[in-house]
Design a protein around this ligand. Structure first.
Ligand SMILES: CC(C)(COP(=O)(O)OP(=O)(O)OC[C@H]1O[C@@H](n2cnc3c(N)ncnc32)[C@H](O)[C@@H]1OP(=O)(O)O)[C@@H](O)C(=O)NCCC(=O)NCCS
Length: 161
């Protein structure tokens, strides 16, 4: 998805508002999850988003979103954001994030989605890490007991004596 930073998208320093960028990130990742599942999707969670370098008025912003892994009804989507200054043509990676979407039926009830099969090395790496990130976000959301987070236990060695 490509966007153009216009005056109404910026703060008083003429930089893109963080909320505007998150809005675009939400849209591009929802489209990606919808295309994968062929269902209506809702945003279930947003992992941490940080803004390292300001995107300026007049920059062209390119957002790339990809489903990294599908679970039962939920899908993790990775979004990469790049900004480009015109006319210098200079591009820089602005930020990236993981959003989680849940496919729902017409009544808003979660519904199963097809598996996502990774192909490239990068996709395989993102797929493998998705289980760990899912457990972390579910623990933080109070939807999983830390004791059940097997992937996190293996990293942090949470095993009880
Ligand atoms: C997301 C939602 C559909 C989950 O419904 P629910 O009845 O709690 O369903 P379940 O507990 O069965 O969970 C369904 C899936 O959502 C996932 N999920 C629920 N909360 C989550 C969270 N905070 N982060 C990540 N995944 C989450 C579960 O892990 C489960 O995934 P799985 O089926 O792949 O295992 C429901 O909470 C909802 O509608 N939330 C509001 C969504 C919304 O309006 N978003 C826009 C914000 S304004």
């Amino acid at each position: 998805m490509t966007e153009f930073v216009l005056p109404n998208d910026t703060n008083t320093l003429n930089n893109l508002m963080g909320g505007k960028l998150m809005h675009w990130m939400d849209i591009v990742s929802a489209i990606s999850a919808q295309k994968h599942s062929n269902r209506i999707v809702v945003t279930a969670s947003v992992d941490n988003v940080s803004f390292g370098k300001p995107i300026q008025l007049g920059n062209v912003v390119t957002l790339n979103a990809k489903v990294t892994r599908a679970f039962s009804s939920s899908m993790e989507v990775h979004i990469k954001v790049e900004a480009e200054d015109i006319p210098s043509g200079k591009k820089f990676a602005s930020n990236s994030a993981f959003f989680t979407f849940v496919a729902v039926d017409q009544s808003g009830r979660p519904i199963d989605v097809p598996e996502a099969v990774p192909e490239t090395d990068e996709e395989k790496e993102l797929y493998a890490g998705a289980l760990r990130r899912r457990q972390l976000r579910l623990v933080l959301a109070g939807r999983m007991e830390p004791d059940e987070a097997t992937e996190l236990k293996s990293i942090f060695n949470f095993e009880k004596e």
